[in-house]
Design a protein around this ligand. Sequence first.
Ligand code: FAD
Length: 433
Amino acid sequence: MQHIHDLIGVGFGPSNVALAIALDEKRHGSKPLDALFIERQPSFAWHPHMLLDQAHMQISFLKDLATLRNPTSRFTFVNYLHEKGRLTDFINLKSFFPSRHEFNDYLGWAAGQFEDACRYGEEVFDVQPEKQGGEVQFLRVRSRTADGRVQERLARNLVVSIGGVPNIPEGFRALRDDPRVFHSSSYLKDMAQHPQARRVAIVGAGQSAAEIFMDLQGRPGAPQVDFIMRARSIRPSDDSPFVNEVFNADFTDYMYSQGTEVRAALLDEFAQTNYAVADLDLIQQIYKVFYDQKVARGSRLRMLRQHDVRAVRAASDGIHLTLLDRDVQRESTVRYDAVVLATGYSRDQHKDLLAPLAPYIGPYDVDRYYRLKATPDFHPGIYLQGACEDSHGLSDTLLSVTSVRTGEIGNALLAAQSRARSAARDASQAVQI
Ligand SMILES: Cc1cc2nc3c(=O)[nH]c(=O)nc-3n(C[C@H](O)[C@H](O)[C@H](O)COP(=O)(O)OP(=O)(O)OC[C@H]3O[C@@H](n4cnc5c(N)ncnc54)[C@H](O)[C@@H]3O)c2cc1C
C-alpha cells in the first residue's frame, strides 16, 4: 500500500517554513505529523532575483517566522543573530529593518533545519482526488522533477503556499518568450543577459519598480533609463502606526467577520500600504538622483508619468513601445534594448493546481482557519496561505501574520489528526467488542 502523508506542503517559502516550525513546536513530545514539503527551486531562496544590494525589509524583524506566535522559539530572528554571533552588532545598527540579503539568510537558516522534510527541485503540477467507498479520502499530489520524472504521493491534508505569479500586462503577453522583456521577479538574472543594453524601460510605479530604477541608474556605465508609469507621481507607502494596525493579527478576525462589500472596501481603503507605492526614503533617493541630473544638465534618466503603453512591437533592433502621454494626449514610439515589467503579481495559481478538485471545492472559499470549504463527501483538508487576501486582509500576502497564521493552521491540522486517530481507535475497539 502506498504511504500516506499526514500533510503535503506545496512550496517551501517563508509561509511553509513557518508552518514547519509551528508544527515542530506544537507537538509537545507527541508523535509528529508526517509532513513533507515540495519546492520547485533547487534550494531555499527568497525572491532571489530581487536581492538588490541596497534593499531592506519593509517589515519589522519582529514579524519573523516565529516571534508573534512564540517569542521563546529558537527560530526567531533574534536567535538567528545570536547563533551567527551578530546580535550586539545588529543592536548597534538601531534598525528594525534588516537588509533583504540578511533576511534571506535568516530564512535559509531556518529552512535548512527542515532539510529532511523538503524535496527541492520538484514542481507540483496537479492534485487529484483519491476515493475510497465513493468518497474522497486522500489527495494524490503529482510533481515533476527537473529531469522530467513524475512523482506521485498521497496526503490527508495539503497546505498550498506558492506565492504569486508575475502579472504580465496584456500588451506584453505575446512577447513572453522574448528575453528582452522580463518581469521584476527575474530582474537580476535577466538583466545580466543584457550587459550592452543602452536604453532600458521600467514599467510600474511600486516598490520593485523604484528599487530597480535605483539599481539600474547607479550601475557603472549605466544605461539610459525611462521610468514609465500611469500615475502622476510615485506615492509613499503608508506605514504610520494607526494604519499599520491593519497588519495586526487580530485585524484578521475583524476582516473575516465582515461581509463581502465591507471586506472589499477595507482592502481599497488601505491599499496604499502595499500596492503601487514605495518606501518614502527610496522616493527621496530617486528625487535626489533627478535633482542631481538637473544640476548636471543631463537627460539620461526620464520619469515618464501619466504615460500609457499603447503598443508593443519586437524588432531586431529592440523593443518598440508606443507611449501615450495623457497630459498632452500625444503618442511617441521609443526603442528599448530591454523592458522590465515591475507590474506586480496575481495570486490565483492555486486554482490551476487544484482544478481536478473543482467539483468538491468549487468557489474556493476558505474558513477562518484558511481551510477550503468542501462538499460533505470530500474529507481531506486543503489550506491556502497567501491567496486569502479577499477574506483575510492585506496581511495575507505579506510576512506580517505568517507566524500567527501558521500557528492557527497547525492547530487545525493537529486537531484533525487527533480526531482521525481517536476515530480509528474507536473503530478497532468496536471490532474487539
Ligand atoms: C521582492 C519582494 C520583496 C518583498 N519584501 C517583503 C517585505 O519586506 N515584507 C513583507 O511582509 N513581505 C514582502 N514581500 C511579500 C512576499 O510575498 C512575502 O515576503 C513572502 O515571500 C511570502 O511567502 P510565501 O511562502 O507565501 O510565498 P513565496 O515567498 O513566494 O514562496 C512560495 C514558494 O513556493 C514555490 N512554488 C511555487 N509554485 C510551486 C509549485 N507548483 N510546486 C512547488 N513549489 C512551488 C516557489 O518556488 C517559492 O519558493 C516581498 C515580495 C517580493 C516579491
